[in-house]
Design a protein. Structure first.
Length: 326
C-alpha cells in the first residue's frame, strides 16, 4: 500500500511540475497571416508577447495571401485571415472554415486605378480593365459599374493576377486596373498621372477581412480561440490609442519592410474594427452593413461568375458567439 501511495505521489508531483513550467500536451494553434494591415497587426501582439500573457500557445506563420488559403485548405493551419468572399470559395472547394473574428473592412485600400486622362467610372465604357476575375477586386469593379448605371458588358475585362496589375497598367495594355494595397499603391507610383477613380471607401462593408478557423479546431479549442480574440482587441486598442499608435505602426511596417510613415497610409485605408463595431456588423441583416448580407452578396457573385457551382449555406460559415461574448 505504501508503495502504491509513493508511486501516486511521484506521478502527482510530475503533473504539478508540468503545470508549473507551462507544459501541456496541446500543440500551438497554427495561425496563418499575410500582407494586409488588418492581419499584419497581429505582429504587435507577437512582439509584445501578449499571447503568452493571455496563456495561449500560438504559432504564427507568414504567407503570401493565396498560399495561406491553400495551406488552410490542406489542413496545415488552424486558422487564417481571409476576406468573407474568399472564405466561401475555400469552403466550396473543400476547405470549410468558420468566420469567428472580424478584423476590419477595406476602407480605401482596394482601388480602381485609371491611366492619365480617365477620371471617372463612366469614362471606362468600352475600355480594357485589368482585374483578377472571380476575386474580390472583380466584385468591387461590378459594384462601381452598377453605381454608375453600367454593367460588365460595357467594359472589356483582362484577367490579370493582382500582384501583376501595376506592370500591366504601366505597359499601356489596359486603361485601368483593380488592385489592393500594396499593388494599388505601386501602380499609382509607377504610372505618373494615374488616379484612383473608385475605392472600397465608396462601399464600406463590401470587403470584410475575417479570421477563419477549421471546424475541428474551433470545436476542440474554443477557449483558446477566445484568448486569441482577447489579444486581438488588446492590439486594436493599442493601434487606436494616440499614445501608442506610432509604436504599433513601427511594428507593423517592420514586418512588411516599409517605412513607418509610408505604412500609415495603408492603415488609414483599413477600418480596423473595435469590439463594439464588430458586434454591430455581426448582426444579421441584408446589404453590406452586415457580415451576413455582405457574404450573401459574395455568394451570389461567386455563383454568377462560376467560381463554384452550388450556392453556399452562408450562415454555416459565420459564428458571432465569441465576439458577442467578449
Amino acid at each position: 500500500m505504501k508503495k502504491i501511495v509513493k508511486t501516486f505521489a511521484k506521478s502527482l508531483s510530475a503533473v504539478v511540475m508540468l503545470g508549473a513550467f507551462g507544459m501541456t500536451s496541446a500543440e500551438p494553434l497554427k495561425i496563418g497571416y499575410s500582407d494586409w494591415p488588418g492581419w499584419v497587426a497581429w505582429e504587435v501582439g507577437i512582439e509584445k508577447q501578449w499571447f503568452k500573457e493571455e496563456g495561449v500557445d500560438v504559432k504564427f506563420e507568414w504567407f503570401d495571401y493565396v498560399a495561406s488559403m491553400d495551406a488552410f485548405a490542406a489542413g496545415k493551419l488552424d486558422g487564417v485571415g481571409m476576406t468573407n468572399g474568399d472564405a466561401l470559395v475555400t469552403g466550396a472547394t473543400g476547405g470549410k472554415g468558420v468566420m469567428i473574428l472580424m478584423n476590419d473592412y477595406s476602407n480605401g485600400n482596394d482601388m480602381i486605378i485609371a491611366k492619365p486622362g480617365i477620371s471617372s467610372i463612366k469614362q471606362l465604357k468600352g475600355k480594357k480593365i485589368g482585374v483578377e476575375v472571380g476575386f474580390v477586386s472583380h466584385l468591387l469593379l461590378l459594384n462601381a459599374l452598377e453605381k454608375n448605371g453600367m454593367n460588365e458588358t460595357d467594359v472589356e475585362l483582362v484577367n490579370v493576377p493582382t500582384n501583376e496589375t501595376p506592370q500591366v497598367l504601366a505597359s499601356g495594355d489596359v486603361d485601368a486596373i483593380v488592385a489592393w494595397q500594396p499593388s494599388s499603391g505601386i501602380a499609382l507610383t509607377q504610372v505618373p498621372g494615374s488616379k484612383a477613380i473608385y475605392t472600397s471607401e465608396d462601399e464600406p462593408g463590401l470587403i470584410y477581412d475575417m479570421y477563419v478557423v477549421t471546424p475541428q479546431s474551433y470545436a476542440k479549442r474554443k477557449d483558446d480561440w477566445k484568448k486569441v480574440m482577447k489579444v486581438w482587441y488588446r492590439i486594436v486598442n493599442y493601434i487606436n490609442n494616440p499614445a501608442t499608435f506610432d509604436d504599433a505602426i513601427r511594428i507593423m511596417a517592420s514586418r512588411v519592410g516599409l517605412k513607418a510613415d509610408e505604412y500609415k497610409s495603408f492603415v488609414k485605408g483599413t477600418k480596423i474594427l473595435t469590439l463594439k463595431e464588430a458586434k454591430s456588423f455581426f448582426k444579421k441583416g441584408k446589404g453590406y452593413t452586415s457580415i451576413y448580407g455582405s457574404t450573401q452578396i459574395s455568394d451570389d457573385f461567386n455563383i454568377a461568375n462560376k467560381v463554384y457551382d452550388k450556392p453556399q449555406d452562408v450562415e454555416s460559415y459565420i459564428d458571432p458567439s465569441l465576439t458577442s461574448g467578449l
